[in-house]
Ligand binder design. Structure first.
Ligand code: SAH
Length: 255
């Protein structure tokens, strides 16, 4: 997998972990109310930025990454609410496909189909997702060995459907309603499926990985910020470090 220019995207600054500190020859460009931090990690040019929250914000930022910064792949890293029964706080969910749970033009189109694209679910890029899978597995194992934080010691990696919508899911019964509609959904968040649609339409490979910050229930807003800095940020740092090692390793192998 050869990646010369990688876009790394989060909703919130903490979700980027220490990535911006790792960039060599870093410069920052402001565009359409976003700050794009450009620099090098090894042979890879990195453009790191935060989209802010929600699908429109994520779509706008993704479009700028592709059209203006000309990245050739995008990785979204952040947090999400766990939906599947086996998904616990502190686990990590890697998307195999993404869907917008709040998009439906039925009866004009099948429910949850993206009108005129003819798709409900958008698959992630398998090679990039494979590299992120290896990086996340390593990050989790490192943390299990080192960290005393309870969320790290039991972290598991899951892979499957992530659903996105413009709502923070915390009200009683909402997560159950979503699970009834999408029984195989592992996690819910507010940006991934928008990134997926923009990348798909541009033919840009992408991957989405999320640390589970809550169970999309009444407890979800509690300690959210604490989780971001104590768990999500170091988990992002570990995953991204492993990913850059994987990219460097595979481009050495290819040359
Ligand atoms: N308290 C935060 C708001 C976070 S919104 C603040 O003031 O900045 C939640 C963010 O985390 C979104 O980017 C979303 O993608 C993700 N997320 C985590 N848990 C979620 C949940 N239960 N429902 C929807 N999105 C969730």
């Amino acid at each position: 997998m050869k990646i010369s220019r990688l876009g790394v995207l989060s909703a919130l600054p903490q979700e980027l972990g220490d990535l911006c500190d790792q960039l060599d020859r870093a410069t920052t460009v402001e565009k359409a109310r976003r700050h794009y931090h450009c620099g090098r990690i090894g042979e890879t040019t990195v453009v790191a930025t935060t989209a802010r929250i929600g699908k429109v914000a994520a779509a706008s930022t993704t479009t700028t990454l592709i059209q203006h910064f000309e990245v050739d792949a995008i990785v979204f890293v952040g947090v999400a609410g766990g939906l599947g029964r086996d998904i616990a706080v502190g686990d990590v969910v890697l998307a195999s496909e993404l869907l917008q749970h709040d998009l439906s033009a039925a009866p004009l189109f099948p429910p949850h189909e993206i009108p005129l694209l003819g798709m409900q679910r958008i698959p992630t890029d398998s090679a990039l997702t494979g590299a992120v899978r290896i990086a996340a597995g390593q990050a989790i194992r490192r943390w299990q060995a080192q960290a005393s934080h309870p969320h790290f010691s039991q972290s598991e990696l899951h892979e499957g459907l992530i659903i996105s919508g413009d709502q923070f899911i915390h009200q009683p019964g909402h997560a159950q309603t979503l699970l009834a509609a999408f029984p195989d959904a592992l996690a819910v968040e507010m940006e991934g499926a928008a990134v997926a649609q923009v990348c798909w339409e541009h033919g840009t490979p992408f991957a989405v990985i999320r640390t589970i910050s809550d169970r999309a229930d009444a407890q979800a807003p509690v300690a959210f910020d604490q989780f971001l800095s104590e768990v999500a940020a170091p988990m992002s740092s570990g995953i991204l470090r492993g990913l850059f090692d994987a990219i460097a390793g595979s481009s050495q192998g290819a040359s």
